[in-house]
Write a protein that binds this ligand. Structure first.
Ligand SMILES: [Zn+2]
Length: 497
């Protein structure tokens, strides 16, 4: 009997030990007893467990403690939470917030300080992946990637696929705009306004998408914008052009994401079935004066179709807030901003010279009038987002940092603000986290390497002292950022004073 017991016990012990993962590490990290928060389908079942990284990859994640040998750093995760690093799928890296080229020329040291801090500011707020949705030069990609601590960067090529003379080409003077937007689309109706040196054959959807693909892009960015404010009647793509762009993008394995924020634009794009719309619906056209709490049937129908087709919806609520911030005298004194923006530049923002953009857009309006207009637009944007969220639309996190030459949209800080505005709009916390991790990774075809905590994925991880499924303040309680397996304490990412 005793012998039998011994055999039984040995078998039980052995099978237990056999189950234990054996991992030999050379440059490892073991986070023990931590609450693991990750999803592969949009739903969350957090648990206390272990996460092991070797070099830049996750090699173990699970409830049981693995058997580790070799060289690794041990982090006690008791009482803490880990999630995948956040993905901001709508940023613009070129330029300096709030500055025009002549300001950059006048204050080169302010611009240089901003540029060297910028990648670290994104990491400081937990953003380990950025997707630049404007145009970006090879030189900028190289210099960004040359920084020691920086998020992973993806892009849409050297320029977006804008129709000739349409948004946002219209901002650049005519003599430079075609060179500045090498991937512009030829449109018959604009033929007379395109210089002869450009061959229409180089500007078909097919030629443009091929060029974008060859520049290492992961997506094609296009635009449907007929104008706003005093800028109206801009040329917009035809249905045929947009459909061709979609076909060409897909045959090259790229995603088509399109700028649109009006009802007219969203219904045009939803009908075609593009992959992602890069903004929410806040420009309600003829419904702009309806009460803030009523969603007109026509807008509901457009959202319903967007939900049914699971077209990605990027709310970008900070576009509105970041312009309104220009009349807020306390905005620049926020403690969070001091972590992300070098002191000299923050001081410059307070000068008269830095108010140039506010003067341009708010010309003649009182502060009260600005708040009235923007608060109304934001209430509409939030209502549309809430409806989409309540009805299981596909929400993708994107901050559009910066959406305009405003100092109101700062690296990392703006994304953090966007997360809070989504909560304010009524999006539940699990959906907010999924939008910034799993949903973005999947929508941009990056889910083989990022977006969740799973074996084989890149070790882009954030560790927090609060639970992001319960408390929006968790995004302010980041303790460590792990990027490609490299552990960085949060305080080492902030502006050096
Ligand atoms: Zn943008």
């Amino acid at each position: 009997m005793k012998k039998l017991l011994t055999i039984l016990l040995t078998t039980v012990l052995c099978s237990c030990q056999e189950k234990k993962e054996q991992l030999n590490l050379t440059e490892g990290v073991h986070i023990s007893n931590v609450t693991i928060i990750s999803t592969e389908d949009g739903s969350y079942s957090p648990y206390i467990g272990h996460l092991v990284v070797e070099k830049d990859k996750i090699v173990y994640v699970g409830k049981d403690e693995p058997n580790l040998s070799g060289t690794f750093e041990q982090i006690d995760g008791t009482g803490k939470f880990v999630t995948p690093g956040l993905i901001d799928s709508h940023v613009h890296l070129p330029g300096v917030q709030g500055m025009l080229p002549h300001h950059i020329e006048k204050y080169p040291e302010l611009a240089a300080e901003f540029k060297s801090q910028m990648p670290r500011s994104y990491l400081y707020f937990g953003f380990t992946t950025l997707i630049d949705l404007g145009g970006i030069s090879k030189e900028l990609i190289t210099s960004f990637n040359g920084q020691e601590a920086k998020p992973d960067l993806y892009h849409v090529g050297h320029s977006g696929a804008a129709v000739a003379n349409g948004y946002p080409m219209n901002f650049t003077p005519e003599e430079y705009r075609f060179d500045a937007v090498p991937n512009f689309l030829y449109m018959e109706s604009q033929a007379e306004h395109i210089p002869d040196k450009y061959d229409p054959a180089d500007h078909t959807p097919k030629a443009v998408v091929n060029r974008i693909k060859n520049s290492g892009a992961i997506a094609v960015k296009s635009y449907y914008e007929s104008g706003f404010g005093r800028m109206m009647g801009l040329p917009v793509p035809t249905k045929g052009i947009m459909e061709d762009l979609l076909t060409e993008a897909h045959s090259n394995g790229l995603v088509l994401t399109v700028h649109a924020n009006s009802l007219e634009a969203h219904s045009f794009l939803v009908d075609i079935g593009v992959d992602i719309i890069a903004h929410g619906i806040w420009n309600w056209g003829k419904y702009k004066d309806v009460p803030r709490d009523s969603l007109p049937l026509e807008i509901k129908r457009t959202l319903d179709l967007q939900i049914q087709k699971q077209i990605g919806y990027t709310p970008t609520l900070t576009v509105i807030e970041g312009e309104e911030a220009l009349v807020d005298t306390e905005f620049l004194d926020q403690p969070g901003l001091k972590k992300a923006v070098p002191k000299g530049l923050l001081e410059w923002y307070k000068t008269e010279e830095a108010q140039w953009f506010a003067k341009e857009i708010f010309d003649g309006l009182s502060v009260e009038q600005v708040h009235m207009v923007y608060d109304n637009v934001q209430a509409h944007a939030m209502l549309a987002l809430k409806y989409l969220s309540d009805n299981d639309g596909l929400i993708l996190f994107g901050s559009d940092t910066p959406s305009a030459p405003t100092y109101g949209n700062q690296p990392g800080h703006n994304g953090n603000w966007e997360l809070k505005l989504m909560k304010e709009a009524g999006v539940p916390l699990p959906k907010i986290l999924a939008s910034a991790t799993f949903n973005n990774a999947k929508a941009f075809h990056l889910d083989a390497s990022i977006g969740s905590l799973a074996i084989g994925k890149k070790a882009n991880i954030i560790m927090m002292t609060k639970n992001p499924l319960r408390d929006i303040e968790a995004y302010d309680a980041i303790e460590k950022v792990i990027i490609g397996g490299k552990i960085i304490k949060r305080e080492n990412l902030q502006v050096n004073e």
